[in-house]
Design a protein around this ligand. Sequence first.
Ligand SMILES: Cc1cc2nc3c(=O)[nH]c(=O)nc-3n(C[C@H](O)[C@H](O)[C@H](O)COP(=O)(O)OP(=O)(O)OC[C@H]3O[C@@H](n4cnc5c(N)ncnc54)[C@H](O)[C@@H]3O)c2cc1C
Length: 503
Amino acid sequence: MSATIRKPAAKVEHVDVLIVGAGISGVGAAFHLKDQMPGTSFVALEAQDSFGGTWITHKYPGIRSDSDLHTFGYRFKPWVGPPIASAAEILKYMEEVIADNGLEGHIRYGHTITRAGWSGKTNLWTITAIRKADGAELTFTTGFLWMCQGYYRHDKGYTPEWAGMADFKGKIVHPQTWPADLDYTGKRMIVIGSGATAATLVPAVANETAHVTMLQRSPTYFIPGRNAIEIAEQLRALQVDEHWVHEITRRQILKNQDEFTRRSREEPEAVKAELLSAVKLFLGEDYDIATHFTPKYRPWRQRIAFIPDGDLFQGIASGKASVVTDEIERFTEKGIRLKSGNELKADIIVTATGFDLSAQGDIDFVVDGKPTALKDTVTYRGMMFTGIPNMIWVFGYFRASWTLRVDIVADFVCRLLTHMKKTGAKRVDVAIPRRLANMPLSTWIDPEDFNPGYIMRGMDQLPRRGDQRDWQHTQDYWGEKDEMPKIDLDGEEFVYGGVEVPA
Ligand SMILES: Cc1cc2nc3c(=O)[nH]c(=O)nc-3n(C[C@H](O)[C@H](O)[C@H](O)COP(=O)(O)OP(=O)(O)OC[C@H]3O[C@@H](n4cnc5c(N)ncnc54)[C@H](O)[C@@H]3O)c2cc1C
């Protein structure tokens, strides 16, 4: 008789709250839950082997933030380094948050959630996760699902299909899956794209490569500047406590950003002129800024990357890097033929062409036996969704640091869970009030206002929004920071259920 090896039947584990992911959002959620709701049982399940999300996935040369760490950092832990930080520095900061607050025991790595099923009978989610170490399928139940899965697929980036890709004799690399052993010393490199990733990579490899070309279809706005914040320097010179430095610097940055966002809408031409003149300072009057650095769209329709010490422009000015603005006709054996007829030769082609949007972290949602997707819902403030009870998704800001919303949404979740505990409710849904039954619905965001490629490509995966502020992700940190704490939890948009009436 042959022996059959069976995995022991895994027992079901129950937690009050289950967090999906241990990126900046998931770790923030864990901190706030422990801090604001002591005694609540919770676990964060993370598919990767460590925390960090975006900051461990991306390993290309130079990987760094494109916004400042005073606001990309949490409000509760001072950022003490230069404002633009490397992935390694961000990971160290997160490691400290986890260690200082005893969060290690709450995070399980190598656990990929594949299914989340809600039962209206038990008012619980049943979560299925695959444990990487042994392939075991685990089951958890939870009263509340806190989705911190980010917005893109981590295992691969987005690469368009170009004619002739198979003909190219060199290497094609996506920055999201950068090979650790890629040797680019003395090689000719083309980086396709001109977003934050390309702008980081190009100066980082410029000294080692024979030459690096940033090939873009159309230009992008950048903000070059010193990697330092004056007010933080002044406060430190006065030996002000780092908690104060952090808070005051955050306020200053946020005030400046608010002003910048407003001016980008009200006087786009003036803002455009300022941005371009900053670039001119590095590249000189003779450089063709009109072709390579003057976008057709108004400032802030796409995220604007900060370029510390103008390193991208320094690379171009030195001749080690260059920019070509043209369209790809096809890949050839030796490089890329452009629509203009020119051919760029390369040994390595990097496709910095963006992300593959994944709204639900590739989790199948089932509500009372019925498959449900975010795309079929209407969002309440970009965090809750009609038809999906007891669930919150942290989707941060585009025009301000993502993490600002991690803190704000966490305050809301903790307030909501405390309210439910007090009232005995086991279920909360959001529902569009009857008076708004005819509210026009449209896409998650307005493409006229903000239109990065990965959102445009994946818009059909995203929930819809209404024309009322409550029923959309406003992307307005400055309004939300005051509005969110005042949300009336007994308001008409919240429908509670499962209330246990004491005998
Ligand atoms: C290169 C780069 C630079 C950026 N720089 C900035 C910046 O400077 N400022 C800024 O505001 N934003 C920046 N962003 C946007 C950035 O992604 C977010 O700000 C932020 O890091 C997102 O954090 P998150 O925790 O929500 O998601 P992520 O960082 O995407 O982390 C989500 C985690 O959830 C896990 N996960 C997903 N699905 C599952 C599942 N089914 N089961 C288990 N685990 C799952 C993933 O493995 C991942 O670890 C940048 C993005 C990139 C790619």
